[in-house]
Design a protein around this ligand. Structure first.
Ligand SMILES: [Fe+2]
Length: 516
């Protein structure tokens, strides 16, 4: 059962995991039995922990990857290993709901993705895995509300940008205490940068990752952060990638430095990076990469309260421009025609009270030039002016659009406007740029404000800017969104003191955001 398999057969095998699960569900998982162990494995097969993700009203993806030697390719034999999984209504597994057996296959790095269905909406479940007599930690997850439910509330944590070398992932310890219904991660889960001794932690390996094994090792190192591992084990995540999961500032099949990476070499790199991404993320089989392509833009529904549109602003974009004039070229696209239509359809026909858009990169304008004239960041939506402005015009006809983004390593909370050239133009939505978990490390706040506060008059749509590390927490109900900017005092050591830096509010039916 090892060796190369065709893509068609591969999908049959993935689907087969669910069938295996159904067949095995009548059997009891008895401590001490070794029924599913084909081989004896080294200790520590669950060193990368467990995770869950992409909650549906009746389903959830459970994830693990067997890797007794995580930083050296995984340390698994080149064979298929059967992994038992179990899901229950309680953390002691006295009320089991589903059991099954999944395949951990060498061609997927012995990762396991179990797409459990026929669950009840808006409920917590507990889960665990067993392989070769070893039992994983117990995880907790949660399904989405019933599709017709109109009331209730939803708590979402928005995170991005966790550079291992810049610090410990201390914001997750606080996030875990806040018990969000799910974590929305909008990119830069790993950084591809070369190991450096300049920060509190050092990347594994000897250079940037290019091969599948090198990307696996990088993901494995990140998963050894205890706060990240605990957050994955205890809360479902909805993830998408930005640039650093592959290569800084890549666009489509164009690398950061085309003079150093040939097209063929970069396509091979994309293929390896996407495969490793799939292997380490709690996502559905729809995200199994097809060579250098991966399907990540998707929608998730949380009753009639929230529709979440998760964008892919990397694979389909035109290459970044280098001048103000070029940023206004109408031929540039960020989303590509197909994704753009998909987004507009999903916004205009939405039954939800809140229409959230997870965008890797900032949508509101950042004018860096103090005084006359403008200067934009070309990697963000500002570099794709015509498509961005047309999208913002559409927002005027969308119910409560709110953009959640990352990339900037700053908190930037803004009104979304139809024309940033006209300060009196219509406010059509709100945007939260959710700082970073660790990227940029502990910043000198006085130096940040000395540099950035003079830009505030040029960017009157900005309601709050801040340079602490942390994340944003949203409590959403029919009447509004209460947002908290949760920050930590340090990422230079493994523990930190968290606090709420600011509170903001978005009112139902009133576009824009205000400090609370
Ligand atoms: Fe980043």
């Amino acid at each position: 059962m090892t060796g190369a398999i065709s893509p068609h057969r591969r999908h049959l095998l993935i689907a087969g995991a669910a069938v295996l699960g159904a067949a095995a569900s009548a059997q009891l998982w008895l401590p001490g039995t070794a029924r599913a162990a084909e081989v004896t494995l080294p200790d520590g097969v669950f060193s990368l922990g467990i995770a869950s993700g992409d909650p549906l009203p009746d389903g959830i993806v459970l994830w693990t990857r067997l890797a007794p030697d995580p930083l050296n390719g995984g340390g698994m034999p080149d064979t298929v290993v059967l992994v038992e999984w179990e899901l229950a209504e309680d953390d002691r597994f006295r009320k089991p709901v589903r059991r099954g057996v999944a395949q951990a296959r060498p061609e997927y790095g012995h990762s396991v993705h179990v797409d459990v269905r026929d669950l009840r909406p808006d409920r917590s479940y507990w889960y665990r895995f067993r392989a070769s007599g070893q039992i994983s930690p117990t995880g907790r997850t949660r399904t989405a509300p019933h599709p017709h439910s109109k009331g209730g509330s939803l708590r979402i944590a928005l995170a991005s940008c966790q550079n291992w070398q810049h610090g410990y992932f201390t914001p997750y310890a606080d996030m875990l205490q806040q018990e969000p219904d799910f974590v929305l991660f909008v990119g830069d889960y790993i950084y591809e940068s070369t190991p450096s001794s300049a920060g509190p932690r050092r990347h594994e390996g000897t250079g940037e990752p290019y091969t599948l094994e090198q990307y696996r090792n990088r993901y494995a190192q990140y998963r050894t952060d205890p706060d990240l591992a605990a957050m994955h084990a205890n809360t479902p995540w909805v993830v998408t990638f930005d640039d650093h999961e592959v290569d800084n500032d890549w666009a489509g099949e164009i690398p950061q430095d085309p003079d150093k990476q040939s097209h063929d070499a970069f396509v091979a790199r994309l293929t390896a990076a996407f495969q490793a991404y799939y292997e380490h993320m709690p996502v559905r089989a729809s995200a199994i990469p097809n060579g250098p392509h991966i399907q990540m833009y998707r929608r998730l529904e949380f009753g009639r309260l929230v529709r979440l549109n998760v964008l892919d602003t990397r694979q389909f974009r035109s290459d970044q421009v280098t001048s103000q004039a070029d940023a206004q070229d109408p031929s540039l696209t960020m989303l590509g025609a197909e994704q753009k239509q998909w987004l507009l359809d999903g916004l205009h026909d939405s039954p939800a009270r809140w229409n959230l858009i997870a965008s890797q990169i900032m949508m509101a304008e950042t004018d860096l030039q103090i005084g006359e004239g403008k200067l934009w960041y070309y990697d963000a939506w500002d570099g794709y002016q015509v498509e961005r402005n047309a999208l913002l015009q559409e927002f005027a006809d969308v119910r409560n659009p709110v953009v959640l983004s990352g990339d900037r390593h700053l908190t930037m909370i803004s009104d979304l406007k139809t024309d940033y050239g006209d300060p009196d133009s219509e406010v059509v939505g709100a945007e939260f740029v959710g700082t970073s978990i660790s990227s940029n490390g502990d910043q000198d706040q006085a130096a940040f404000h000395a540099e950035w506060d003079p830009r505030m008059p040029d960017n009157p749509h900005w309601k709050l800017i801040d340079a602490h590390r942390g994340y944003h927490l949203f409590d959403i109900d029919r009447h509004g969104i209460d947002a908290q900017v949760r920050v930590v005092d340090t990422v230079r050591q493994p523990t930190a003191t968290p606090s709420t830096y600011a509170r903001l509010r978005v009112e139902n039916g009133r576009p824009g955001v205000e400090l609370a």
